[in-house]
Design a protein. Sequence first.
Length: 395
Amino acid sequence: MSSYVPGIIESPKTLRPQNPSFIVIALASAVALLYFGQLFFVTLVTAVSIAFILEPFVTALMRLRLPRALASFVVCVAALLVLYLVGLGLYAQFASLYRELPTYSDRIAELVDAATMKVEGMEQSVYRLLVPKREQERAKQEQAAAQRPPTAAKAGPKQRSVEPPAAIFPPPVQEVRILQERTPLVSYIYAHLGSVYDILLMASFVPFLVYFMLSWRDHLHRGFLMLFHGQARLIAGNSLAGVAAMVRGFVVGNFALGMLLATISSLLFMVFGLPYPLLTGPVSGFLSLIPYAGLPLAILPPLFAALPLYKNLPPYLLVGGTVAVLHLLALNLLYPKIVGARVHLNPLVVTIALMMWGVLWGAVGLVLAIPLTAAIKAVCDNVGSLQPYGRLLGD
């Protein structure tokens, strides 16, 4: 039996200095794994997010005495049916928009030509203002050259016309191939056929992943806790509960807020008489949820839909201003109450997280940056040795 003496460490296991090189190698390995395994991890995170969205419906069916496996199957089938109907509606809107693309392209060409002419006029005005003397000298030279009489060249008696090389050595006859023009979408799919195949392959696993996550939820929870022993099991349980509560609140809150914004936006676009409101409304509503870039991205769909309708600037300002007001009200009034209470990250960490996950996973990383970083913070808050990092990430 040993007694505690201040200043003396009883066991080398109580406090072990961490090797900085090991930490750097571990972080580099994790970043490389996330970067090269982007498709796998994005598919897995997407399935987890969908499972959190569908979990309340499974719980509601279980209250009706349905087994979890049957309730999960019913909810997944109903979700696939709703997704199929929504896909049909969006496909009809996209097909109609595709037929109207020539009208939109002509309108865009008109706007580009008008903007180009204005820019060229401004450039000429600035040039004349800044360089008046050089402009006057050039005008005098052009006027003198125009008044000068033309001189005809005299050909000598021994000069002979030389045939161009093309006439002496005619070019070889080349085979002319007529290539069928492809649409931009078909060209993109043809050029990235392997990537499209990989994406479709991973997407086909999402329904199965969601079903097994919902039906085997209790088994997975118990199996995860059995990996730990003693005090570590309690820490793992608290960490898992904190991550689950945060992710569930964030995903469900964002989905509910996105649906609300999509509905209100579609109704407003119908009032304005914009074409394709059932397409531009949901796109604009869910784009509003993207941090920092949400406002300009949400304004683009209705402005694009309004191109064939309006020739003047005030209607575009009205549509863009309405979307901006709706976006600002949602983020300042609804977002803090529905989503913000679940995520406690300071603004600097949010910005760095958006940059990091955006570099790793592109546009998908911008959407998943906040919940992934908040999940890391939830783990740090429940692990004693990582709590200082949790406080560093917190607000």
